[in-house]
Every structure is written in C-alpha cells, then in structure tokens.
Ligand binder design. Structure first.
Ligand code: SF4
Length: 409
C-alpha cells in the first residue's frame, strides 16, 4: 500500500474540521445563489422526485455553465417533471430539447436511465451513492454522490472541478490533479470533510465556493470563509520568495502530493500555483464537407435537407446537413466529386458552390466544416445512403435536434 501522505496535505485535526464545516455552511446559508434546481430540491417533499430534480441538473451541469443550463433545465422540468414522464419520451424529443447544450449523449443516457428505473427498478431510485453509480447508466461517482447527499442525506463527499481546485489550495496539493493517485486522495478528503448532518448543503457549499470565490484565475481570498484553513494562502503570505529547493515542500521529489521538483512553487502565482494539471493533449484536427441542399417547398418557403446521424458515436441521433468526412489536404475539385457521389448525383459535382469554412471545437476535435450549397429547381430523386432524411424550413431546422455546429453552418 502507498505510504500515507504527509500531514500537511490532510485534514486530521477534528477541531479544525468542525470549524471549517461551520464556517463554510454559515457562508453558504448567507450567500448561496438562487438556482432553479436548488429551489426544487428544497421544496420537493418526495425524496425520489427531489433526486430526479438534482439528477437532471447535475447531468446538464457537466461541462456546461450554470447560466446556459438554467433555461434548458426549466424547459426540461416543465416538459418531464418526473422520471416516469421522461421514461415515456422519445429520443427525438430529448435530442430536440437538448439541442445546443452539447455532449448529446448525456441526454440520451439520462433518458435510458429513467427507463431503467421505471422498467427494472420498480420506479424506485437507488438511494445510496454506490447503488446509483452501479445501477444507472451515465451516473458516475460525482453525480451519484451529489444525488445521494442532496436528496437522500447520505454523508458522502463529492469531487468535481470546483472541489478539486478548493481542496488542492486548502492543502497545497501541487501534483497533477488529474492523476488517479491525487483524485483518490481528494475523494478521501471530501468524504472525511463532509458535514454529517447537512451533507448535501456542505457539498453544494464547497462547489459554490469554487464557482464564486475560489475561482481559477483571481480568487477572492479576502472574502473566503475558509481562509484561515488555507495553506496556499498561508504560503502566499508567509512563503519564501525564491524557494529552491523549497523548504516548504515535504521533501523535494519524495512527496506524491507536492508540486514536482522540476516545477516548484512560483511566488508570482500565489495561491493559483494550485491545482496543477499535466499539459492537455492537442485536439485532433478533422475536416468534413457538408452540403446545404435547398429547394422551394410547396408553399414557396425555402426548405433544406437534413439527415439523421447514426444512433451511436459523436452527436448520436442528431440531424445535420448531408456531411462527409474528408482526408486532410484534399483538393476542392476532389471534394466536390466525393460529395456529389455521396449525394447520389455524381454529375452535379460542378454545380456545388463552395460557401466557406466553419470551425467548431468539440471537446477533443478541432472540426472544420467545408460548406457547399446546392439550390435545386425541382424535387430531384435522391438515392441517399443518407437516411432517414427530411426537408425542413429554417424555422423547423432551428426547432429540430441539430447541433450548435450545424446551426453555425
Ligand atoms: Fe481559495 Fe483563497 Fe479561500 Fe484558499 S483562501 S480556499 S485560495 S479563495
């Protein structure tokens, strides 16, 4: 078993833990933001309905800002106020409501999980973090902990990006915060710290602190309710200006939680020395030719052809203009030929008009869409390997389950 980390990276004094919990909860009671899922969770008496309200918010908030989520959340809860209602929805409806929120598999898995609760678990939500994670697709350790603590009062911690930042600063953890060894330590710490009588509030308070005070670039340490427990702040105030080797660290190169010896504490960064992450991988570059086919519909309005993507993989089940992945460095003429072939009209290659390029960054892909247009005079028959497909007006396009990238196109 690995040796326990040095005491400076832990919370081991029960009096300090009590004080930290008290200060954080008192601050949360005074300063917490009014958010629709909090209002719902606070007023909903039925624990399973509360769990559903928290669950939807947690899935939407993964990778997405609070300000963006609020409107989606309100519309979702209005349309499917219970998980039974969600279980009856079609994937198409879910994708339509989710359109623009990104990471579309989240909505799909939420709905699959709701169906599973209804059909296999007798309509009863699992009530512990362990069961939630084990039984519900798309529910990871963090989401399970959030649902169990906020809805069922289980004294279990949570670790998300905000919590990682706060804990790394509180305990001067400068090793790579995305490494499994550090993440395991942070979970241990979150579980040890969580308030036993108000676990849900405590977890939300810790996340709220990270979102509003202990922010990534310019944390507001002067206003921080736990500043007296913060080792990064102490070090900023009292640390040595050029510590090489750094006597504040546990032993250069020997501690699994200190900054690596090659990148010691940088006094110009202050508390933002923590957390640290290994350099991100560069996103992969991809090019796709996409064709906006348009025609006059029977009422004279312009219509566009959209086709549905496969039901698995990136943007699963979403609708898009007919699109074809391209190899890098392909000449325009060749692109036209391939696209025309793909549309089933090889003879139309010359009629495709190049409009321009649209770049969209997915989490791990730097995607360039090379956009062509093709106005059609009549309803030509299409032999699309591209089914299902449908013609939509601009208004219908925007109400369909299409990605933000396609809206840009
Ligand atoms: Fe974060 Fe500053 Fe508070 Fe420490 S004192 S937890 S660095 S805001």
């Amino acid at each position: 078993a690995p040796a326990p980390p040095p005491a400076r990276h832990l919370f081991s004094d029960p009096a300090e833990i009590d004080a930290l919990r008290g200060n954080l909860l008192a601050w949360y009671d005074r300063r917490k933001r009014d958010l629709p899922w909090r209002t719902l969770a606070a007023t909903e008496l039925d624990a399973d309905r509360r769990a559903y309200a928290v669950w939807v918010s947690e899935i939407m908030l993964q990778q997405t800002q609070v300000a963006t989520v609020i409107d989606y959340y309100n519309r979702w809860m209005q349309k499917w106020p219970t998980l039974q209602a969600l279980a009856r929805a079609s994937l198409e409806e879910v994708n339509e409501l989710w359109a623009g929120l990104g990471y579309y598999s989240r909505g799909k898995r939420l709905q699959e999980a709701a169906r599973k609760v209804v059909s296999e678990l007798d309509g009863q939500m699992p009530r512990t973090a362990e069961d939630l994670q084990k039984l519900l697709p798309g529910v990871g350790r963090y989401t399970a902990g959030a649902i169990a603590s906020i809805s069922y009062g289980q004294a279990t911690g949570v670790v998300d990006g905000n919590v990682i930042r706060v804990l790394c600063r509180l305990r001067c953890i400068g090793a790579d915060s995305s490494s499994p060894a550090v993440i395991d330590r942070l979970w241990d710490m979150a579980n040890a710290l969580v308030d036993r009588s108000r676990p849900g509030d405590f977890n939300q308070a810790l996340m709220e602190l990270g979102a509003t005070v202990c922010v990534p670039k310019a944390p507001l340490c002067g206003e921080c309710p736990v500043k007296q427990h913060c080792q990064a702040r102490r070090r900023k105030l009292f640390g040595k200006p050029t510590p090489v080797p750094d006597v504040e660290d546990c032993g250069v190169g020997g501690c699994p939680l200190c900054p690596p010896a090659a990148e010691p504490w940088d006094s110009s960064l202050g508390v933002t020395n923590f957390p640290r992450k290994a350099a991100k991988k560069q996103p992969q570059a991809a090019r796709t030719a996409t064709c906006v086919l348009e025609r006059r519909g029977c009422h004279g309005a312009l219509e566009f052809l959209i086709v549905q993507r496969p039901s698995s993989g990136l943007l699963a089940g979403l609708w898009e203009f007919p699109s074809l992945p391209l190899t890098q460095g392909l000449q325009e003429e060749k692109q036209r030929e391939m696209l025309a072939d793909y549309l089933g009209w090889p003879m139309m290659a010359g009629a495709l008009r190049l409009i321009g390029e649209v770049v969209h960054i997915f989490s791990h892909i730097h995607q360039t869409y090379v956009v062509y247009s093709l106005p059609l005079d009549e309803d030509m028959t299409m032999d699309l390997a591209l089914s299902p497909s449908r013609w939509v007006t601009e208004e219908e396009f925007h109400a369909s389950a299409v990605s933000t990238a396609m809206k840009k196109v």
